[in-house]
Design a protein around this ligand. Structure first.
Ligand SMILES: [Ca+2]
Ligand SMILES: [Ca+2]
Ligand SMILES: [Ca+2]
Ligand SMILES: [Ca+2]
Length: 280
């Protein structure tokens, strides 16, 4: 920009220079404002587009639907807690598609040991193997530990779904089950026994969700162009007291060395944008 202005200055009269300077100034304002508005200040690595499924998805742990040929695989490879696992210990990838009635997720992962040390689905669910899906319906970001500004759905190996609820909720730690928000099924492979195919349908609820009167709250209908906050992660434990790895879909900027922020701060979520179906 400076070089361009210098070149313009050498060639132009004083009056033309003043005019060019005003134009450059206006251009600069436009350049800085437009990307902020369209991407909600998320850098490219924190954004993802999601195609509309062109055919139905059956949640059965089998990825044979045509819809799963849409979109691109995304890696689950950002270490938030613990050491980087070997490929055999944990590796994973995922795809997203959407329909009016919800967000659909296909996860393929390898985990060498499935471990469910706490039978109670509300007791230290993050220290058992679990798939974790973070949703912020309006992409607002912000604190969400004890409110429904955003959700952190922990899907246990028994397919039950736990999250932190409001401070007055039933459990002393305010943990609640939100099983009706998520339909989920996973299956292991005969050919590759440590490989798991996990299919999930997530109903999208906004911050008006009322856990005391769930039958009164309808999930949101999804529409083209909608933007939401999203992260995916896997808590891998193969037999330890606490989870050994927490591996996420996107990088998280550490605060005092801590990257385990998704369960309480939706501002660290990535941004997904719902698009029309593939145009092939
Ligand atoms: Ca299926
Ligand atoms: Ca493992
Ligand atoms: Ca929100
Ligand atoms: Ca495991």
């Amino acid at each position: 920009m400076v070089n361009r202005l210098l070149a313009v200055g050498l060639l132009a009269s004083a009056a033309t220079l003043a005019s060019a300077g005003q134009q450059a100034n206006q251009q600069q304002q436009t350049d800085t404002e437009t990307p902020l508005r369209s991407s909600m200040q998320k850098p490219p690595e924190m954004t993802l587009t999601v195609p509309r499924a062109n055919s139905p998805v059956i949640i059965d742990g089998v990825n044979d639907e045509k819809a799963w040929q849409q979109g691109n695989w995304q890696l689950l490879n950002h270490v938030w807690v613990g050491e980087k696992p070997t490929r055999e210990d944990f590796s994973g990838r995922y795809k997203l598609v959407w329909q009016t009635d919800g967000l659909y997720l296909l996860v393929e992962l390898i985990d060498d040991v499935l471990f469910d040390q706490h039978a109670n689905p509300l007791h230290r669910y993050w220290d058992d193997d679990c798939l974790e899906i973070f949703i912020d319906e309006d992409g607002s970001g912000g604190e969400h530990a004890h409110n429904f500004n955003a959700f952190a759905y922990h899907i246990g190996l028994d397919n039950q779904v736990a999250d932190m609820g409001p401070r007055e909720s039933q459990d002393e730690n305010n943990f609640i089950l939100l099983n009706h928000h998520v339909e989920s099924m996973w299956k292991r492979s005969v050919e590759e026994p440590f490989k798991i195919t996990w299919e999930v349908k997530v109903l999208i609820f906004d911050d008006d969700y009322d856990y005391l009167a769930p039958e009164k709250v309808m999930p949101k209908a999804l529409t083209e162009g909608k933007k939401m906050g999203f992260l995916l992660a896997y808590c891998d434990n193969d037999g330890s007291k606490q989870r050994e790895h927490f591996i996420g879909s996107h990088p998280i900027e550490p605060v005092n060395g801590d990257m385990n922020l998704g369960y309480k701060d939706a501002s660290v979520f990535a941004e997904i944008t719902l698009l029309k179906g593939d145009t092939e």
